[in-house]
Ligand binder design. Sequence first.
Ligand SMILES: Nc1ncnc2c1ncn2[C@@H]1O[C@H](COP(=O)(O)OP(=O)(O)OP(=O)(O)O)[C@@H](O)[C@H]1O
Length: 241
Amino acid sequence: MEPPYVSGVALTGVRKAFGDVVALDGVDLRVRPGELVAVVGPSGCGKSTLLELVCGLTAPDAGSVDAPPAALMPQRDGLLPWLSALDNAALARRVAGDSRATARAAAHAHFAAFGLDGFERARPAALSGGMRQRVAFIRTLLAGRPLLCLDEPFASLDALTRAQAQTWLGLALAREPRTVLLVTHDVEEAALLADRIVLLSPRPGRVVLELDVALARPRVRTDAAVVELRERALKALGVDG
Ligand SMILES: Nc1ncnc2c1ncn2[C@@H]1O[C@H](COP(=O)(O)OP(=O)(O)OP(=O)(O)O)[C@@H](O)[C@H]1O
């Protein structure tokens, strides 16, 4: 699919239970085309389930989910250990039917911008955690879907690597705009990257607050407005800033 992408996301009255465990109940959520919405909430409140619903991997028990084709970047990078970084990044294009040469060329076009130049032949085990996440992100981007669903993409990274990863994600989306649903535990990450922050309640998850982030980019974590937003979100989640 070629840009410009015009499809947004609409969840209305969504409920999803696993046996007796009600993961989500009464979820209303909109993502406008081109918007980056961060979904923040306590552990187990149904954030991953929400992404699975949006990606069509599971169906709601009640309510409706309306979303364009989505590429999911799961919590773990899911790189195949026997493939090179380049072939891992190219995987979505191979699955879509591209020849190996075409798929590799498409992936390689992103390597320099993501700081991966020279690592094309490296196996995942030889890459740092931050590099593996970037390879996984290129793979997600190359799926060519209008919507990216990113599930805690940086949760496994140390603080410094995570800060760098947040910066390249912001830059990558400036170059390659997409509609993005970003699940994160990290309200600061949400304040740095999102156009809107959606806060979920403890399970069963439902939307308790939406915060518009009308701040210019690039954002700096020490900016008073970013700090204030982070504190508002933490207060709404019942955590002391
Ligand atoms: N396939 C499943 N079968 C049974 N229970 C499930 C399944 N998927 C999720 N759950 C349960 O639904 C609830 C919500 O899970 P989910 O993974 O969506 O939450 P989360 O907010 O993403 O959690 P975390 O922040 O810890 O990643 C949890 O209690 C989980 O155990």
